[in-house]
Design a protein around this ligand. Structure first.
Ligand SMILES: N[C@@H](CCC(=O)N[C@@H](CS)C(=O)NCC(=O)O)C(=O)O
Length: 317
């Protein structure tokens, strides 16, 4: 039986298409990416940025598991970055960190730089930066281990499958929405109070990039499940949560209006059939299956481990 997920619009559309077209020429660096894929922060960060190391970006349908992609990443997931023939890296957050380290002179910098600063107490500045870099990694991991699995649990949940009727199904759906909201609130409370990004100031960073695709696709919850992920102003229930939601909304507005972010989005009509499969819980992607069986985000494994049998007891939580 053909894999249902493989049936998707073949190429990026809208503003994302312009970005992909700019990256069509053959380059030593090759980024296998899917236009629809929310795990494409490397692209999000670099799209249109002046310091872009300009990877070639071949359009890939990862559900077809083409030979070139499988050679580069035995798990067949995108994004995968081929540094040179036979040398590839995968895992979106690893790619971001690799690009940051491999191109230290390129803007924008996505983590606080390690080198000493202009003026001030160099030692103290350095310690703060090291601390902030480590914090950024903690919150990127939080997105992978908490936010994304909860996002999928919510979208894939089928209220009609619950014994106890419609009301019980709706209650369970709202419970999953509250679980997801809880993670967003934790995230919002960790942000710099002013922002607008995760850290203070006008510079977008890696943590912002890890969370952005998921929040920018909150419309799927309204469209398919009739619920809002972020409560409307005044609906949070208490002042403390209201302030945190306000902070998240500020971040969301800053992300949505950023040109480099807008330039990664395709036309909504082409996302709809893809997310319909998740909303009906019939998607067969690695992520959908992992979510259905209660496991977390699928991660690429090193070559040796990739050929080992799955451990059914494995629980990333
Ligand atoms: N943990 C991986 C997840 C990547 C992932 O699941 N990519 C999806 C596309 S959005 C994919 O390649 N799916 C193919 C499949 O499930 O077979 C990352 O952060 O890069």
């Amino acid at each position: 039986m053909p894999m249902p997920d493989a049936d998707l619009h073949p190429v990026a559309t809208g503003l994302a298409k312009e970005t992909v077209d700019k990256h069509a020429a053959e380059q030593p660096l090759k980024l296998f990416a899917g236009w629809f894929c929310p795990f494409r922060p490397a692209r999000l960060a670099r799209a249109g940025g002046e310091g872009d190391p300009v990877p070639q970006s071949p359009a890939v349908n990862p559900y077809h598991k083409g030979e070139q992609l499988m050679k580069a990443n035995p798990r067949g997931l995108v994004p995968t970055l081929e540094i040179a023939p036979g040398k590839a890296l995968y895992e979106s957050t690893v790619l971001l960190q690799y690009l940051e380290e491999a191109y230290p002179d390129r803007a924008p910098r996505l983590l606080p730089p390690i080198a000493g600063s202009e003026g001030g107490d160099g030692t103290q500045d350095q310690q703060k930066r090291l601390f902030d870099r480590a914090r950024a990694r903690i919150w990127m991991d939080f997105v992978t281990s908490r936010v994304i699995p909860a996002w999928h649990r919510l979208l894939q949940f089928q209220p009609s499958s619950v014994t106890g009727g419609k009301e019980e199904g709706q209650k369970r759906l709202e419970g999953l929405r509250d679980e997801y909201r809880g993670f967003l609130l934790e995230f919002a409370r960790a942000m710099d109070p002013e922002g607008p990004y995760f850290f203070a100031g006008d510079d977008l960073g890696m943590v912002d990039i890890a969370l952005a695709p998921w929040v920018l696709r909150h419309w799927v919850f309204e469209h398919f499940k009739g619920i809002t992920a972020v409560p409307e102003p005044g609906q949070a229930g208490n002042d403390n949560d209201e302030a945190a939601w306000e902070r998240l909304r500020k971040w969301q507005t800053a992300m949505q209006s950023r040109d480099s972010v807008r330039r990664t989005e395709s036309e909504r009509e082409h996302y709809l059939p893809i997310y319909q499969r998740y909303a009906d819980d019939v998607a067969q992607s690695e992520m959908a299956k992992a979510s259905r069986s209660g496991r977390g985000v699928r991660r690429g494994r090193p070559w040796v481990a990739a050929s080992m049998p799955e451990n059914p007891e494995y629980r990333p939580e």
